[in-house]
Every structure is written in structure tokens, then in C-alpha cells.
Ligand binder design. Structure first.
Ligand code: BGC
Ligand code: BGC
Length: 735
């Protein structure tokens, strides 16, 4: 439809029809099965609202969506928008985002998000609530699994790759609109407790927490979702400063904004609105276009206009933005966007998509330890005991892949049996994931029905017995997938006790142990590391997880994942992150025993594994860090070069990381900050010169005067294999 035609359509709408465009309901209003992820409420929505509402939440499937759309169009002239949470995979599921970011390979992840878009649109979806741009430094928060970790620059690089992968130029019916969330700073709740207060300085917010969302906006994302939390005492969903001043005015965002699930009505529980009417007023005044799953807008906006409490312009603007998105997606021409069962059959879980998922999963795995190069295992030689509650477990998709089918998952046991002589493999579960599932609560379709009577002792003894008879034990342990994700905050970040008991018993056998850990967050591994020969951190690796792990374990793939969050030494250290301030009394390692230093009496300051850390079966040696000049002036750049040599006899991938420290500033600057990285593949013995350019853009920050700009002075460049092991050189900026 032309802009003129759209305008004409708009002009014919009544105020009420315009308001109803701002309402999003879930499938139960259309007699669909509900996938409800938020607190349920008695909504008080009339049939008139349902018949004229603007969008639908979490209904999937070409057939179902076509049916709802065609019924809807009998009553309304405006097609519905179908939106859903396809966060890291629709039917072909990729690793959780914390795993995706561990690939340090945005180009690869761009391809993954093209697949996500291709699959979701085949099933009729128009918008996905993805990607999650929340920066997070606290692994107690369950939604850390949905994020790209603790670094703002790395986060932004992935957000760009994901948004452009999903949307393309939106002209094709296999591109989906992207909704970046949760604006803003949802990843910094106090104490890591879900939905809790966020309070930070404006400088920190702008410097670290906002760039991820801004990267989404700059990449053209069509939508932004508000967050549940407060920022400086005001919940985002009613926060004019965030939503209008920053998002719309400063960043020029002119797409559609949506409140997170029931967040407009939750302004009442927050205590800044007394009732639905006040909540609706705060939401619309903050420029929140769509009210997800509450009657606040549908039942109150008209009254607010008629009593002159809000300007009708606000509703016109919001409605027009939604109509424009519908038009951009071509819904007025084809309200189904060519979603068909045939397209689903050819696209969903295709061999090509599975292959990419496997490749991504293999790159997301992080090798944390490999004593005496025990890995990779040789094929068809040793007898392998595959033990533990994750050895033959299909629940390795992570919480937010609830639209996928777990039966499509390849387990470790299945993958091992496909790869090597199955006579060499013996399997026993050993124990359950948890001894008590009741704490997990419900999550849409992912509700837990468990705890049939099992003989725990027998399970354990069977695992011990087959381990005794084997040469090497592949032990698979981890958190339950519902221990992370929304509503999955924890204070003890350990592997569940009954699994640790299994580990201890296996340990007594003096066998070689390879531990594979499944988790939605960094766990505390301090007591475990020394007991085990090799550790692979597998996150929740997705549909092809088992195959990817088998490829790594048997050396068909060489691990290349690196951590994007520091792994704490203990919970008491949290938050522990690489780009911290120095303090006035930094703890130098040589003065460890001095009391009056910034440190703990009972734990190191350093995490157990630093940001950027991850091993390979190859070894890389760094040398000859050279800067082509030691003074940088405006409009010029410094060329940084370093030699990286593969000193092993296997081919391997290495992510070379460049950090910069601004040594003296008008405000305290971080110890170092990631500025560049590149992932390269080197043959055995190969030496490669890696080059980076540094220019003034890389040195800007929010200065004392809150301008994002430069300051003269000394800087240190660090280049290395992780945030800790680097070579360094200084230079000066002269303006
Ligand atoms: C989550 C969002 C999600 C929404 C819709 C909320 O509970 O916070 O991330 O997009 O539900 O399902
Ligand atoms: C302490 C102060 C004390 C000062 C002089 C510092 O280390 O922080 O509280 O007054 O020493 O003894």
C-alpha cells in the first residue's frame, strides 16, 4: 500500500479502532492453545477488542495463523501482526545466546539468525522478540542465558549481526521484524534477583548498558520492548526519559515500542500508578505503543482522551507506527506473507539448518581444561563410559526454546553411537538432574512433571559399575534448564548436590574423567576443576548439541569458544568482571598479603576463569606486538600488529583480542576495555601477522562533562588470547 493509501485507511478509523491497534492479546482469545509466560490475570477484555486488536502473542504454525488471520479479516480491515519469542531458534534451535557469543563469530551468528527468520516466517510469524541486548555481570540472574555476557562492545557486535540476520531488508517474506529488548538495563537487577530494582549512574548506563540497544536501533530494528525494572526509580514502561528522550529523540528511533508482558499494568504494583487508568496514561505518555496482555489501553485510553487527560495525537502516532510496520511487512497485500504448511515442510529442521546449528554449537563450546591433552579421544580404541543425567537427555535446548520440539534433539549418547563403534560405549544415567523439581515452578509448556519413584542407589551403582569397566569416563552434569531463564535467579551457583555425589564416586575409581557441563550461566567450578582431567562447558547447545559435542570430543572439530562472562571463584565475588576500575589501592599480586588493599580476606579478586578465556587442541604463541606510531592525532590511526603462531601439530581457530586502557581521565576509566577482536584459523606451525587499526572513535567515552568525546593522554594497548594474558604497548593521544 502506498503511504497515501495507508493515510486514507488510517483516517477512516474511529478512535476506538485506533486504540485497539495498540492492544496485543495471546492466542487464548482466538481459541488457540495458550503459551503463557507471565502471571495470568482475569483480563476484562471485550469481544469488540478481540475483533479489532492489533497483534497476537506466541501463536505459531502456518495453518493456525492463517486460520486466525482469515477469521480476523472477516471482522476487521487491518491484518493482525503475529509476534513470538523466537530467541535463538524456532524448530532448529541454536545454542543459548551466552553460548552464541562464546563463538566470538558474529558473521556465523548472522547466518544462524537468517535461519531463524526463514523458519519463523514459514510458520507465519511477523515479529520475533529477539535479540536480547541486556548487558549482564551477575550470573545469579537467570536470564543471563539469553544475553551475550558482560562486555558492551562484544554485545553490540552480536546485536548488529542478529538484527540484520533476522530482518535483511524486510522486503522478502522470509525476513522477520526484530524486536530488541529489554529497554533498558534489565540485566542489572540488584542481587541478581529477577525483576528487581536497577539503579546505576547515568554515566554507567550510557557507557555500558545502553550501547547494545543502540546497536539494535542503528541496525534498523523495527521494534523495541520495554523492561520490567525501574531505572533511577521509574519503571521503564512509564519512563519518558528513556523512551522519549533517549530512544526516540537522541537515537531517532521511529519504529514500534511494546511493553513487556503486562508491564503497563505492573506500574500499579511498582507503586507509580494507582489503577489501570493511571497506568495507561503513564505508558502512552512514555511513548509505549503496544500494551501486551493487559486491558489498560483497551479499556482506558478513550476515556483519557475524552477527558482531555492525554492528547489524541499520542494515540494517532502510536497507531500510525503500527500500521506502517504492517505495511512494511506487506500485510495489506498478503496478510499471510506466504506462510504455508508446504513451506514449513521444506524449511523447518532442514539438513542445511541442522548442519549450521551443529557448526554454531561446536564453536560455542568452551574447553576450560585439558590436562595432558587427554582430549580429543581417539575413536575406536578406548572403552568409554558415558555417564550422568545429561548423557541421554534431550532437554538441552534451554528455557527460551519452548516453541521447539525436544524430540528433535540429538543427545550425546546418540551422537557417540553414530560416530564410533557402539560396542565401545556403555551408558548409565547415574542420577537425576535434581532431587526436587518442585522449586522450578511453571513456565508455559515447559512445566515439569517429574519424580516418578526411582531407585537412586541402583542408578548410582550402575554408573559406578560401567565406569569401572571402562578406560575413560565422559561425565555429563549440569543445571536443570529451568534453573535459568526468566524467573530462574539463584544464589547458589553450583551443580546440584546429587550430581556432585556421582562425580565424587566416579572420582574414587581413578579413571580419566572428561566433564561436560550443561548450564544457562557461569557456575562456580572452583571445587571441581582440580578433580577432573578435562572440562567442556556446553551451555545449552541446541538441537544438534550431541553431535557438536561428539565432534569436539573425538577431534573432528577443534574447540574455539571463549568465555564472554568471567566465571566467578565464589558467589561472594559477584559481580566479578574484567573491565572493573583499578581502585586507589589495587591489589598487585606481589603484595597479596598486605591488609590495606582492595581485596577479600578469603578469596582472590580474580575470577576462576577470565573473560575471553578458552582453550583449543592447538596452542598459540603471541609475539612482536608493534604499534606503527606512539602518538595518535585526530583523523589519523595507529596500526597495531602482532604475530600469532600455531605451535601445535593441529589446525585450530584462535580469537585474537585487543583491549585498550585509558590510563588517566577526567573520570576513572576501566582497567581495560575490549575494542577489537578477530577469529582466525591457523595451520600447524603457521605464523600469521594480525593487524588492527585504532582511531579516535575507539577512545571516546562519557567524560566528566557527560559528553561522549576524547581526552588527551596516555593509553595502553593489550593484545592477547584472553583478557588476562596479553602483551602490551603504550601510546599517546594528542588532540
Ligand atoms: C519476557 C519477554 C517476552 C515476553 C513475551 C516476558 O515475560 O520478559 O522477554 O518477550 O514475556 O512472551
Ligand atoms: C583509614 C582511616 C584512618 C586512617 C588513619 C586509613 O587507612 O581508612 O579510617 O583514619 O587510616 O589511621
Amino acid at each position: 500500500m502506498t503511504d497515501k493509501e495507508l493515510r486514507e485507511l488510517f483516517d477512516k478509523l474511529s478512535l476506538r479502532e485506533k486504540i485497539y491497534q495498540l492492544v496485543q492479546l495471546s492466542g487464548d482469545f482466538y481459541n488457540d492453545e495458550v503459551i503463557s509466560v507471565g502471571p495470568k490475570s482475569e483480563l476484562g477484555i471485550t469481544q469488540d477488542v478481540v475483533d479489532n486488536s492489533g497483534s497476537v502473542l506466541n501463536v505459531i504454525g502456518a495453518e493456525k495463523i492463517r486460520k486466525i488471520q482469515s477469521e480476523h479479516l472477516k471482522k476487521s480491515k487491518i491484518p493482525l501482526l503475529f509476534m513470538a519469542d523466537v530467541i535463538y531458534g524456532y524448530k532448529t534451535v541454536f545454542p543459548i545466546p551466552l553460548g552464541l557469543s562464546s563463538t566470538w563469530n558474529p558473521e556465523l551468528i548472522h547466518k544462524a539468525y537468517q535461519v531463524i527468520s526463514e523458519e519463523s516466517t514459514a510458520s507465519g510469524l511477523h515479529v520475533t522478540f529477539s535479540p536480547v541486548a541486556d548487558l549482564v555481570k551477575d550470573p545469579r540472574w537467570g536470564r543471563v542465558m539469553e544475553t551475550m555476557g558482560e562486555d558492551s562492545y562484544l554485545n553490540s557486535e552480536f546485536i548488529k549481526a542478529m538484527v540484520t540476520g533476522l530482518q535483511g531488508n524486510l522486503s522478502s517474506n522470509s525476513n522477520i521484524a526484530s524486536c530488541v529488548k529489554h529497554f533498558a538495563a534489565y540485566g542489572a537487577p540488584e542481587g541478581g534477583r529477577e525483576y528487581n530494582t536497577v539503579d546505576m549512574t547515568e554515566r554507567k548506563l550510557r557507557q555500558e548498558y545502553l550501547p547494545g540497544y543502540k546497536a539494535g536501533v542503528d541496525s534498523g530494528c523495527e521494534m523495541i520492548m520495554t523492561s520490567f525494572n525501574t531505572v533511577d526509580g521509574i519503571p521503564s514502561t512509564g519512563n519518558k526519559w528513556l523512551m522519549n528522550e533517549i530512544l526516540r529523540k537522541e537515537w531517532g528511533f521511529n519504529g514500534v515500542t511494546i511493553a513487556d508482558y503486562a508491564a503497563i499494568q505492573e506500574l500499579i504494583a511498582h507503586g507509580i500508578a494507582e489503577n489501570d487508568l493511571e497506568a495507561a496514561k503513564l505508558g502512552i505518555e512514555a511513548g509505549v505503543d503496544i500494551d501486551m496482555k493487559t486491558p489498560c489501553y483497551s479499556n482506558n485510553l478513550e476515556e483519557l482522551v475524552k477527558s482531555n487527560k492525554i492528547s489524541e495525537d499520542l494515540i494517532n502516532e502510536s497507531c500510525m507506527r503500527i500500521l506502517k510496520l504492517k505495511n512494511k511487512l506487506g500485510l495489506f497485500e498478503d496478510p499471510y506473507r506466504e506462510a504455508t504448511v508446504e513451506r514449513e515442510n521444506s524449511v523447518l529442521l532442514s539438513d542445511k539448518n541442522r548442519e549450521l546449528s551443529k557448526k554454531v554449537a561446536a564453536e560455542s563450546l568452551v574447553l576450560l581444561k585439558n590436562e595432558n591433552n587427554i582430549l580429543p579421544l581417539s575413536k575406536n580404541k578406548e572403552k568409554i563410559a558415558v555417564i550422568g543425567p545429561y548423557a541421554d537427555n534431550k532437554a538441552i535446548l534451554g528455557l527460551w526454546a519452548f516453541l521447539a520440539n525436544q524430540n528433535d534433539v540429538i543427545t550425546i549418547k546418540e551422537a557417540f553411537e553414530n560416530k564410533i563403534d557402539s560396542k565401545l560405549i556403555s551408558y548409565a544415567q547415574g542420577c537425576e538432574v535434581l532431587s526436587d523439581y518442585s522449586l522450578l515452578g511453571e513456565f508455559g509448556r515447559a512445566s515439569i512433571v517429574k519424580n516418578e519413584v526411582i531407585d537412586k542407589k541402583m542408578m548410582l551403582e550402575e554408573a559406578i559399575k560401567i565406569s569401572e569397566d571402562s578406560d575413560v569416563v565422559v561425565l555429563t552434569l549440569g543445571e536443570h534448564s529451568m534453573q535459568s531463564g526468566e524467573g530462574g535467579s539463584r544464589t547458589e551457583l553450583t551443580i546440584p548436590d546429587l550430581q556432585l555425589e556421582l562425580l565424587e564416586r566416579i572420582k574414587e575409581l581413578n579413571k580419566k574423567i572428561i566433564l561436560i557441563i550443561f548450564s544457562g550461566r557461569p557456575l562456580i567450578l572452583t571445587d571441581i576443576v582440580s578433580k577432573i582431567d578435562a572440562i567442556i562447558y556446553a551451555w545449552f547447545p541446541g538441537t544438534e548439541g550431541g553431535n557438536a559435542i561428539a565432534d569436539i570430543v573425538f577431534g573432528d572439530e577443534n574447540p574455539s569458544g571463549k568465555l564472554t562472562m568471567s566465571f566467578p571463584y565464589s558467589v561472594g565475588q559477584i559481580p566479578v568482571y574484567y573491565n572493573h576500575f583499578n581502585t586507589g589501592r589495587p591489589l598487585e599480586s606481589s603484595t597479596r598479603n598486605t591488609r590495606f588493599k582492595s581485596r577479600y580476606l578469603d578469596a582472590p579478586n580474580e575470577p576462576l576463569f577470565p573473560f575471553g578465556f578458552g582453550l583449543s587442541y592447538a596452542s598459540f604463541e603471541y609475539s612482536d606486538l608493534v604499534l606503527n606510531k606512539n602518538i595518535l592525532s585526530p583523523n589519523k590511526q595507529i596500526e597495531v600488529s602482532i604475530k600469532v603462531k600455531n605451535i601445535s601439530n593441529v589446525k585450530g581457530k584462535e580469537t585474537v583480542q585487543l583491549y585498550i586502557k585509558d590510563c588517566f581521565g577526567s573520570v576513572v576509566r576501566p582497567n581495560k576495555e575490549l575494542k577489537k577482536f578477530i577469529k582466525v584459523e591457523l595451520n600447524p606451525g603457521e605464523i600469521r601477522e594480525i593487524n588492527f587499526n585504532i582511531n579516535e572513535e575507539d577512545l571516546k567515552f562519557f567524560r566528566k562533562d557527560m559528553k561522549f568525546d576524547l581526552e588527551e593522554g596516555m593509553f595502553t594497548v593489550y593484545v592477547g588470547k584472553n583478557s588476562k594474558d596479553c602483551l602490551s604497548k603504550d601510546f599517546n593521544l594528542k588532540i
